[in-house]
Design a protein around this ligand. Structure first.
Ligand code: ADP
Length: 445
């Protein structure tokens, strides 16, 4: 078993998890999500609101007008194509814009309107006649900070008096140089330097502090410590806002340290289910036979859009090349690509330019491609110990209850080990996975 595991690890091109990889991985995932979400994610779940003071009335808004924004800002909002507040914004915006300011911790999946919400809050709070930093926003990486900066610029398009500065590595300012910009967005290290060592920002004059992507932020201890040190320099009455896509215990503990007396808004992810999915397996003897089986069902699967998952980059690359040789048009999403390249490929696939996307698990985690109705597990998902990775299985093929169309999943089995994983999956979900005879395809029609 040890030998098997070792050879497996050596063969696989997945690296062992280390902390900076984890941050990179999470940050890349997050950036990718931002780049591909060009509109709001659909959700039928209810927002949960926990007020700091449960006796105060709970305001929610159905229109942007109700918020009494400055005309220039309202214009910016409409210019971005927003007609009405998103679910999370309905509650978050009145809280963030209330007088006196209220603190907020908000959690909802990527694409639900968190960034737009805090950007609007920052833009509403600044006084453009004051030429110093008033709003401070920190993000885990340079790229994520730039992405948020773009939203600030876009939403503030008709409010040019408000200026934005980027506190990111490479943006060198002299010690004691005073910022004129009212909004600062940056990464924790540089922001901390600007506030303490270089005294470019006077933290005592900050009235809104935003910590974005808290779940990504805490992937490194360094970021966590820097964030807390920044927060400690801010005045007591500064408004503190924290956002996260997920809410594990660790995020929660961190959030409580950064945001005193918070209001809390949560929007649960839509539950995924296998109820509307037809699941099959195909028995093969090796990789080549899996390929042949895949070619046999290719016509049937490309009636819809399909995603094919492989365990390693190498298999994914090989498979995409082989399919191309057969004359099929497929897209490949692979780990060595930059986030921009990945975003472009996902975009093309979403537009239907390719019907088949070959990928590894690492690349596709967190990406929802709604129209995909066929999933092929060329390799079954497993954890680092070689056991079934049920959560990933569900995430690959599961549908969110109410939006879910019917789907088809085909699992390719080529060893005792993969059969064993399949059995574990069947048992875990208590659903039988039927054998598919690829020479007789009437069944999957
Ligand atoms: P999050 O920060 O939760 O990932 P974003 O604020 O980036 O979400 O919003 C996701 C996408 O939805 C973006 O393309 C954004 O422009 C758009 N969006 C945000 N709020 C609204 C709204 N009220 N109406 C329409 N689109 C919106």
């Amino acid at each position: 078993v040890v030998f098997h595991l070792l050879t497996h690890l050596l063969k696989s091109d997945r690296s062992f998890t280390c902390h900076s990889c984890l941050l990179e991985d999470k940050a890349a995932q997050s950036l990718l999500n931002k780049m591909i979400h060009t509109s709001l994610v659909n959700t039928t779940n209810q927002v949960e609101v926990l007020q700091r003071d449960p006796n105060s009335p709970l305001y929610s808004v159905k229109t942007f007008e109700e918020l009494r924004l400055k005309d220039k800002l309202l214009k910016g909002v409409y210019d971005m194509g927003f007609n009405r507040p998103s679910k999370i914004q309905e509650n978050a915006l009145p809280m963030m814009l209330a007088e006196p300011p209220q603190n907020l911790i908000a959690q909802s999946q990527s694409g639900t309107g968190k960034t737009a919400a805090f950007v609007l809050a920052m833009l509403s709070h600044v006084d453009p006649t004051n030429k110093w930093a008033q709003c401070l926003c920190i993000a885990p990486t340079y790229e994520l900070a730039l992405q948020t900066g773009k939203v600030i610029e876009q939403m503030g398009k008709f409010y040019p008096e408000v200026k934005l500065a980027y506190a990111i590595r490479g943006n060198k300012l002299d010690r004691g140089a005073k910022l004129q910009e009212q909004i600062v967005i940056g990464t924790p290290g540089t922001v901390l330097d600007w506030c303490s060592k270089l005294k470019i920002i006077n933290p005592k004059k900050i009235s809104v502090f935003v910590l974005d992507e808290a779940d990504v932020m805490i992937a490194t201890q360094g970021h966590q410590d820097q964030s807390i040190r920044i927060q400690r320099m801010l005045p007591k009455e500064c408004q503190m806002l924290l956002f996260s896509a997920t809410f594990e215990d660790s995020v929660w503990k961190f959030a409580e340290r950064v945001v005193p007396d918070p209001n809390i808004i949560k929007l649960k992810r839509e539950e995924e289910t296998l109820d509307t999915i037809k699941q099959y397996y195909v028995l093969c003897s090796d990789k080549e036979e899996k390929f042949t089986a895949l070619c046999n069902i290719y016509g049937a699967i490309t009636i819809a859009q399909a995603m094919i998952f492989c365990h390693t980059r190498r298999t994914a690359g090989w498979l995409a090349a082989e399919l191309t040789k057969e004359g099929h048009v497929v897209a490949l999403l692979s780990g060595e690509m930059t986030v921009e390249q990945r975003a472009a490929i996902i975009e093309r696939f979403r537009e239907g330019k390719e019907k088949v996307l070959v990928t590894t698990n690492v690349c596709s985690r967190g990406i929802d491609v709604e129209q995909v109705s066929v999933v092929i597990n060329f390799d079954l998902p497993m954890d680092k110990y070689g056991n079934a990775d049920n959560e990933t299985y569900l995430h690959r093929i599961g549908r969110t209850g109410r939006f879910g169309k019917r789907g088809l999943a085909v699992n390719m089995i080529d060893s005792k080990h993969s059969m064993n994983i399949l059995n574990q999956i069947e048992e875990h979900f208590n659903k039988k996975i039927n054998k598919l005879d690829t020479d007789d395809l009437d069944e999957i029609e």
